[in-house]
Design a protein around this ligand. Sequence first.
Ligand SMILES: [Zn+2]
Ligand SMILES: [Zn+2]
Length: 246
Amino acid sequence: MPHQPRAVAGAEVTPLCDAVGPMGRAIRRPMAETFPGSGLAEEPWILHFHCYLIRDQAGRVTLVDTGIGAEDSPASSWAPVPGALEAELAAAGVTPADVDVVILTHLHSDHASGAVADGGPRFVNARYVLQQADLDAVRGETLDRVVTPIKDRLQVVEGDQEVAPGVRVHLAAGHTPGHQIVRVGKLAITGDLVLHPVQLADPGIHYVYDDDQEAAAATRAEVLAGLRAERAILATAHFPDPFLRL
Ligand SMILES: [Zn+2]
Ligand SMILES: [Zn+2]
């Protein structure tokens, strides 16, 4: 467990480091192309892949994102599979059956693939929270191998909603149509709202794999301005350090 938990608003938030590595050859590009106009180097980007565990004020367990999944997961064409999520959960004292709620920030394969195991839900006692717009947009392998096996356990939301005591989701669309962030007190688990620290200084820097680059940049600027105004703590999916105070 390389990263330390943090206490916030009566809850404890633990980063789970699912993997660290470059993207695979299928979609690997130099950082200068991944973030056009950023001035970043002509080197591959080394990402961390973080999920977050929330033990809320009522003692319930929420998992935000489920990582890259098994050796043969839908993320295997480009992410450093298999993910270490289950070992990270165990190190935090949690078994998959202990998880009450799974929030999927969005349905990209590096965030959602660990939701399933052996063709069924990996978190057998959990409901899975997802925005309607991402459910409407999902196609292909992620639909067949991730969403269909959990379809009876989905809690589909639209916009903003409290999904566990003190845990809220907020639609922050652009990276995907139904991309959402998660709030616990002053902490914001930001999914792929922001991919690289360079986008904190300039939210207008595009990420080549945003579904809608203009919408993503506008959402990034608006949400980050709000979070900055309240001096929020960010919990990011792909930065080397999971926590960062704005
Ligand atoms: Zn990490
Ligand atoms: Zn994504």
